[in-house]
Design a protein around this ligand. Sequence first.
Ligand code: NAD
Ligand code: UDP
Length: 314
Amino acid sequence: MKRMRSKVILVTGGAGFIGSHLIDRLIEKNRVICVDNLSTGSCKNIEHLMDNKNFLFIEHDVKKPLKLDEKVDEIYHLASRASPIDFEKFPVDILLTNSLGTYNMLELARRDRAKFLFASTSEVYGDPEKHPQSENYWGNVNSIGMRSCYDESKRFGESLVSSYQRKFKLSTKIARIFNTYGSRMRADDGRVIPNFITQSLNNENVTIYGEGKQTRSFCHVNDMVDGLTKLMSSKSAGPVNIGNPSEIKILDLAKLIKRMTDSKSEIVFERMPENDPLRRKPDIEKARKELNWKPLTDLEPGLKITIDWFRKSC
Ligand code: NAD
Ligand code: UDP
């Protein structure tokens, strides 16, 4: 029997949190090229792959065109800062990474007729007036607010990807990723789960922004990787919500993490950031139907793995 040629897969943002877990999955059967400028990613996340002959790391900023000799079969385009604390510090970089960077990677896909998956976000729904959010909701985004560099550039990215699909008949996919957590998140990333875990482990104040009545729905990274790979191999172009629909108030999340870490921390209340979405929960019916996907990891077991990892690594 003839053996199938393994695919060549490019992962941008592959030294980051989700990207490095995705590569761990893809490398089992494929050759993987990881492109990352290490702005928020880290070599630590991929150091275990460096001796693998099917792995290549290229330090590169996707804002610049990428010259690759090798032909690629698939591109997972994840490169982008994703933490709200970076929206204030690096707005122009975020805007250009998701616009120019996405354009450069789409041009590469066009050259090779590669399948292209864009890591979009639940932030395209902004501060949603519809709950839960389904893919046919167009969103409520403040185009000049503090979060707009991220929200609007991801929306532009979705538009660019859709245009390449229509104009050049490229096989493209849009994943709308909802809040994801797990090992390899940066301790100083500023996002809520690493903040609450590190604060609790160090018995420091656990910082709630606002009154903690806002909600999020947290998806474990293993489920996210399943969803992304299923989307790539499906016929679906998306956009598809990938996230865990189990919703929790931020105050309840703080209490849960405090209890799970047996922490002596106090919960304190700080200023709520501008345009912070009040509620967020994905409607995942489309992912169930088109990808045969649903998350399998509940919040507590997922947090336990993540807390154990932070205990060992930070
Ligand atoms: P991350 O910061 O850990 O990973 C992003 C990676 O992209 C990093 O390794 C960073 O160095 C790299 N990068 C950033 N700008 C780049 C550039 N110009 N050129 C090359 N590399 C660049 O974040 P993450 O949580 O792993 O997010 C990955 C993707 O998923 C992002 O596109 C993000 O917008 C999307 N997303 C994540 C979440 C989440 O909850 N984690 C939610 C929605 C969407
Ligand atoms: N948050 C908080 N304390 C923190 C960090 C975040 O209360 O130390 C809140 C934040 O205001 C938001 C929610 O937790 O309402 C999720 O924040 P995160 O930055 O993780 O992601 P977002 O969904 O806002 O992009």
